[in-house]
Design a protein around this ligand. Structure first.
Ligand code: TYM
Length: 334
């Protein structure tokens, strides 16, 4: 990372469930080229993950798995700060402060909270409710200018901007007001079996999601069974043909081919050839990631070293912002 100040990018993923092609196309893939022009911070948000009950052994395993996948996807730890949220205490500390600058009315409007509380009726905890405030803290601590995420995080980003502006109006320019960075294709990959709902890490139905560690056979099988419709028209129409539109997005985002070219090539030929092309593109995209992952995953010492280094670099930046916040609020300097 160079010494001249560059704009900052930050993003994160919850180390729960298994990483999906949606996480890759909506987020990680777009993070990789950014280190050429930004200082990049990418987290595993374990504090967010515990808003839903996690098995401790599985959570730990997932965090290492996801870190190895970050690197296997092309995030070089020498060019990106890779760290675990709980290793940087400033996240929880700023989240508390920002809780006092967030209205319950704002949190009541968050659709992710509504969805998650409907799914986990026996555990609608306060952490789940104030989840977006912790996310705002994540972003504002690093003075991030841009936050590369999938479409589902847009509402959280808007809240983050509102909190930052509110705080700045009261105390002066303490925070950079961040912008979402949402990819034109791949920002909302839908389920293969339920193409009207987003593909999710925590999906119960194994065949609904493509996971980054799925073998080529499994990828081909899942895509062959993907829900389309009874026609044979390949065209992009989210309302009338959500299954086909989703497969077109996957093909375009993994191969770089435009929608027009996909239509020219596959329209009117039945879905078999089209689905095979989607499967080939996904396999070609994931094979090098899986090969690199297999090299890295067993190297625990290396992964722990990456996290130690990442936590130190992240803390330096985060602590500086927290100090500015505490000064602005009138807390006695430590
Ligand atoms: P999470 O863990 O649910 O998802 C991680 C990233 O993957 C994107 N994504 C998708 N993109 C396209 N299609 C899909 N089906 C799909 N599913 C997920 C998400 O938009 C996200 O970019 N709250 C965040 C984590 C977070 C965060 C942050 C992100 C915590 N703090 C600070 C940015 C900045 C979340 O739950 O993501």
């Amino acid at each position: 990372m160079s010494d001249t100040p560059r704009p900052i990018v930050l993003s994160g993923i919850q180390p729960s469930g298994r990483l999906t092609l949606g996480n890759y196309l909506g987020a990680i893939k777009n993070w990789v080229p950014l280190s050429a022009s930004y200082d990049c911070y990418y987290m595993l948000v374990d504090l967010h993950a515990i808003t839903v009950r996690q098995d401790p052994a599985v959570l730990r395993e997932r965090a290492f798995e996801f870190l190895a996948l970050y690197i296997a996807c092309g995030l070089d730890p020498a060019r990106n700060v890779l760290f675990v949220q709980s290793h940087v205490p400033a996240h929880a500390r700023l989240a508390w402060v920002l809780n006092c600058y967030t209205q319950m009315g704002e949190l009541n409007r968050m659709t992710q909270f509504k969805d998650k509380s409907a799914k986990h009726v026996d555990n609608i905890n306060a952490g789940l409710y104030s989840y977006p405030v912790l996310m705002a803290a994540d972003i504002l601590l690093y003075q991030a200018k841009a936050v590369p995420v999938g479409d589902d995080q847009k509402q959280h980003l808007e809240l983050t901007r509102d909190i930052a502006q509110r705080f700045n109006n009261l105390y002066g320019p303490v925070f950079t007001v961040p912008e979402p960075m949402i990819p034109p294709v791949g920002a909302r990959i839908m389920g293969l079996q339920e193409p009207t709902k987003k593909m999710s890490k925590s999906d119960d139905a194994e065949t609904n999601a493509l996971y980054l560690l799925d073998s080529p056979d499994v990828i081909v099988r899942k895509l062959k069974r993907a829900v389309t419709d009874t026609g044979n028209e390949v065209r992009y129409d989210i309302n009338e043909k959500p299954g086909v539109a989703n497969l077109m997005s996957i093909l375009s985002a993994t191969s770089g081919e435009s929608f027009d070219s996909i239509v020219d090539r596959y329209n009117g030929q039945g879905y078999g050839k089209f689905k095979q092309a989607v499967a080939d593109a996904v396999v070609a995209c994931l094979e090098p990631v899986q090969a690199k992952y297999n090299e890295l995953r067993s190297n625990d010492d290396y992964l722990r070293g990456v996290l130690r280094d990442g936590a130190a670099r992240a803390s330096a930046k985060a602590d500086a912002t927290l100090k500015r916040v505490h000064d602005a609020l009138g807390f006695i300097p430590e």
